[in-house]
Design a protein around this ligand. Structure first.
Ligand code: ADP
Ligand code: MG
Ligand code: MG
Length: 915
């Protein structure tokens, strides 16, 4: 990006006189124009009716920040920020120029000094960044109205005074809130005051006189709260609004939203200045939101809501419950058909479900926004399968379109029909986001956060509200489900739920919340804070108490179909981290090709086994140790037989004992005593042994291969258990990969490998039938930087590598895995790092070591298998990066396998396309 670009504004719209398309942008310019601006341009290019306007680019936001000293996010103690809150002259000049162009195209005039017969140009000022942030940045409507042009505007609209005054009221309160910082509730109070006077409940029933009074009250409120007047100079309105939008990029709500949605590295927001169209004129006007398909189920059925005689945010705010879109075909038949046609056109063009905002002004349809719709994972699969059948997309496109990170939603719990039949539902609302939640009621975001702290003991939390707003986000993150009185499927609660894979029931009029009393009634039954309910976002049903949830199954159906397609194109393997037979079974169900990591220590943590483990560690003589080891071997052997039986001839990678020994040791007095008794030792001797084993830095201490080197009996025992189990297993052929952890030199690996080979020799290699049945290889983990640096040397005696990305990240950064989150959250907040490197692989640093290990290893052994086990193996971005490193496979926990498979397959398709 040039630091001082010469162009900031981009026009969109068609000149009605010449029919010429004056649009300068298109869909590929999201970084510069924001998503909203780029799509407004694209719709104009497609000939869809869009009110003309222009977009001020994100680069203008950057320049604005620089101009006003907003740049730094480091605040020093005692420093007062001097900001001018001014637009650079360059931007002002260009906006003026584009406004003139807009006046010509719209054949209207902006400002107060106008002649009779002129038409008044009002605009909306809309924010929009490259990533969609629904409801996060504030829009101002009807900008350009002032005391001086009210009359002209009224005569423009055939004397419709009520409409114009109501639009003015709306402008003043939005402007007062967004630009002048007056709390929205203050304006709400002015409106309530008038309503109370007459005993009415709906805004729509206010008379002209009452609205005029509200306008006066609003102006007075602004004066009182700010000491300033609502600006009558319309250019001033515009420039102040633009500034407010630019600033809103940095407001708390927006920052919070970006943080929880991992939106980073964007320049800022664009601003769209667009000719107003009015959905609030009369009964022939409305505004609405619609989806080309159902975003909750994916069903190919037009979906949406609208409100007659309403403007903008009224629909999505959930304050009035809107009409179903089906009604539109009755009330506005022509516009309805046109809307359907546009919906088809946009879907064909974008090849995805469309989320569209529209307004009808006196039976004339205008499109105000389109974007690819946010949808649940199940809906996405339904949509892409349908689109395959409709020949709208190719198989490869169907895979590329899937948001892999969303797939674990499919693994959500549900209620069986039987279970539903057993219980009488309290009420039914809209099924706004699939899944089930059983939890305690919280009535506010703060309560939800508080109650969630006890989640482990007392169970999940369900946020129950009249409606939710962006202020509730923190509490929503901590809740498992949302239940609201107001709002449809496009309400804030529903959108947030679908995005986060939470369950949501909205629009349930049987729910009456009393936030102050911390109570609610559902269909007349009283509930208080902490009471337990069950909500099903898949059916919309709400139940008293806790229903039994069932585990999801993800075989067959759309998921099965997509996963069949996936198999055709993926070139990197996906294995599972599995320690038990039930893990292994689930892994196979999800499509794992083998086990990439079986952590043997997990087999020892069970109550009875840990005592033998402790006996082994604390034994004071070989005899006592041998006795414990014999026991441990029996356990391991049985477990391995189980695993081999499930996995058949697939590869099973078994890692030898890894954690610091002290993790197994007792700390409670009575436990130590019990151990002393078992070992027939004095308690002081045991205590001393425990002390000996205590380490300053256990993560860098006596662990990994260092255990097997100082206590070779452990390696020996594990190898015997593995080979004996392989022989005794039901499988005809067993492929076992024995993996040595935490290697940092070839000497360490050689030492361990010799022990294993010797035991193999004794148990299997002596008989040809056994060595035909049991195929084994010995390899090591690459999880210390030194192992990566010396990968060529190590590869000379290693049959395979498996990157241990958790430890490798820890040792490359020098960040403790156990404590890093304490400071990493600050790092992330200050954008010193983009991501937590323990969650998303650090491609630049740790990634470089991985690439090096692959290259060096294969320079010695071209066919060397290199896998990865660690959290990153199930994380979308990391998997895609690892694919480019040439890894043979990634291994992850069973529930993340679908994510890893799709992410890997996407990369396979992309790299095939590049060739
Ligand atoms: P958000 O990003 O929160 O969706 P928008 O900028 O889309 O905010 O504005 C919200 C709503 O305001 C739109 O859905 C639309 O109904 C209304 N709106 C915005 N611009 C105009 C306009 N030029 N004419 C009529 N209504 C508008
Ligand atoms: Mg919008
Ligand atoms: Mg490790």
């Amino acid at each position: 990006m040039s630091s001082n670009p010469s162009k900031f504004c981009y026009f969109f719209g068609i000149d009605p006189k010449s029919g010429q398309n004056l649009t300068e942008g298109n869909r590929n310019m999201k970084d510069l124009l924001g998503g909203k601006g780029a799509n407004l341009s694209e719709m104009c290019n497609l000939g869809v009716p869009v009110p003309p306007g222009f977009t001020i680019s994100t680069e203008a936001n950057v320049l604005f920040n620089k101009h006003n000293n907003y740049a730094s996010n480091i605040e020093l103690e005692g420093e007062t920020k001097v900001t001018k809150d001014q637009l650079p002259q360059q931007i002002i000049d260009e906006v003026n120029q584009y406004l003139t162009k807009l006046e010509q195209v719209a054949a209207k005039k902006f400002g107060s000094l106008q002649q009779e017969g002129d038409r008044v140009l009002l605009v909306s000022v809309r924010s929009g960044a490259a990533a969609s942030m629904p409801g996060m940045m504030d829009t101002i409507l009807n900008l350009g109205l002032c005391d001086d042009n009210l009359q002209l505007m009224i005569s423009n609209f055939g004397g419709n005074e009520r409409f114009v005054w109501d639009s003015y009221r709306n402008l003043i309160q939005m402007f007062g809130d967004v630009v002048m910082g007056v709390k929205y509730e203050k304006f709400e109070e002015n409106i309530q005051k008038q309503k109370k006077k007459r005993g009415i409940s709906l805004d729509i029933d206010l008379t002209l006189e009452e609205i005029k009074e509200i306008v006066q009250d609003h102006k007075e409120t602004i004066r009182e709260m700010t000491g300033e007047e609502f600006p009558q100079d319309t250019r001033q309105q515009m420039f102040k609004a633009i500034i407010a939008v630019f600033q809103s990029w940095s407001n708390k709500r927006a920052i919070h939203y970006r943080r929880i949605h991992n939106i980073r590295g964007l320049k800022g927001t664009a601003v769209n200045i667009q000719t107003m169209v009015f959905g609030n004129i009369d009964k022939r006007s409305c505004s609405g939101v619609s989806f080309s398909r159902n975003p909750s189920t994916g069903e190919n059925k037009f979906y949406g809501e609208y409100l007659t005689q309403a403007q903008g945010e009224d629909v999505v705010s959930g304050v009035r419950t809107p009409e179903k879109i089906e009604n539109l075909s009755i009330e506005f038949p022509q516009c309805y058909n046109e809307l359907i046609n546009i919906s088809h056109k946009l879907e064909k063009h974008y090849k995805d479900i469309q989320d569209m905002e529209f307004t009808i002004e006196m039976n004339q349809l205008y499109m105000l926004q389109c974007r690819n719709g946010k949808k649940s994972a199940a809906a996405a699969l339904q949509i892409y399968c349908d689109m395959l059948d409709e020949n709208l997309i190719t198989e490869q496109e169907s895979i590329l379109k899937i948001d892999a990170s969303q797939l674990d939603q499919l693994l959500h719990k549900y209620l069986t029909d039987e279970e539903i039949q057993k219980h009488e539902p309290l009420a039914r609302g809209l099924a706004a986001s699939p899944g089930v939640a059983v939890g305690r009621i919280a009535f506010t975001s703060e309560q939800a956060i508080e109650m969630a702290k006890e989640r482990k003991i007392r169970g999940d939390v369900i946020l129950v509200r009249t409606e939710t707003s962006p202020e509730d986000l923190a509490g929503m993150q901590m809740s498992q489900g949302f239940f609201t009185t107001n709002g449809g499927i496009t309400s804030h609660a529903a959108v947030v739920a679908r995005q986060n894979g939470k369950c949501c029931v909205s629009g349930c009029s049987a729910l009456i919340v009393n936030e102050h009393e911390k109570t609610c009634t559902i269909n007349g039954i009283d509930f208080k804070e902490g009471d337990i309910i069950t909500i099903s976002g898949s059916t919309g049903l709400v139940f008293n108490g806790a229903l039994k949830m069932s585990e999801p199954t993800v075989t067959g159906g759309n998921f099965g179909r997509i996963m069949e397609i996936e198999k055709k194109y993926r070139t990197m393997g996906v294995y599972a981290n599995a320690d038990t037979t039930s893990d292994a079974k689930r892994a196979l169900e999800f499509g794992a090709e083998g086990i990439g990591l079986c952590r043997t220590e997990h087999m020892f943590f069970e109550k009875t086994r840990i005592m033998d483990m402790r006996r082994m560690i604390c034994a004071t003589c070989d005899e006592k140790r041998q006795d414990a080891i014999t026991k441990l071997k029996q356990y391991q052997k049985q477990d391995f037989i189980g695993l081999f039986n499930v996995m058949g001839d697939r590869k099973v990678t078994i890692r030898l004992l890894d954690p610091p020994l002290h993790e197994f040791l007792p700390h409670e007095e009575h436990e130590i005593e019990e151990l002393a008794n078992l070992l027939n030792e004095d308690i002081h001797i045991i205590k001393r042994r425990i002390e000996e084993l205590t380490e300053k830095n256990p993560m860098l201490g006596h662990r990994g291969c260092r255990l097997g080197i100082t206590l070779p009996k452990i390696t020996q025992m594990q190898a015997e258990a593995i080979f004996e189990a392989a022989i005794e297993s039901e499988s005809e052929i067993v492929h076992v990969e024995i993996m040595i952890p935490l290697i940092s030199s070839i000497q360490e690996l050689r030492h361990q490998k010799e022990i294993i080979d010797r035991i193999a020799q004794r148990i299997i290699s002596s008989s040809s039938s056994l060595s035909n049945k049991v195929k084994y290889r010995v390899g090591c983990m690459i999880e210390t930087p030194r192992a990566a640096l010396l990968a060529d040397e190590i590869a000379s005696i290693s049959d395979f590598f498996s990157v241990g990305s958790n430890d490798l990240t820890q040792m490359t950064f020098g960040f403790s895995r156990d404590d890093a989150e304490k400071f990493l959250k600050d790092y992330i907040e200050m954008e010193l790092t983009q991501n937590d490197p323990f969650q998303i692989l650090d491609n630049e640093g740790v990634g470089q070591l991985i690439k090096m290990a692959v290259q060096k290893g294969r320079s010695v052994k071209p066919e060397l298998t290199v896998g990865l086990c660690g959290e990153h193996g199930g994380e979308m971005n990391s998997v895609q990066f690892l694919h480019t490193c040439g890894l043979t496979y990634v291994s992850c926990s069973p529930f993340r396998i679908p994510i890893a498979r799709i992410a890997a397959c996407q990369q396979s398709i992309l790299s095939a396309q590049k060739k």
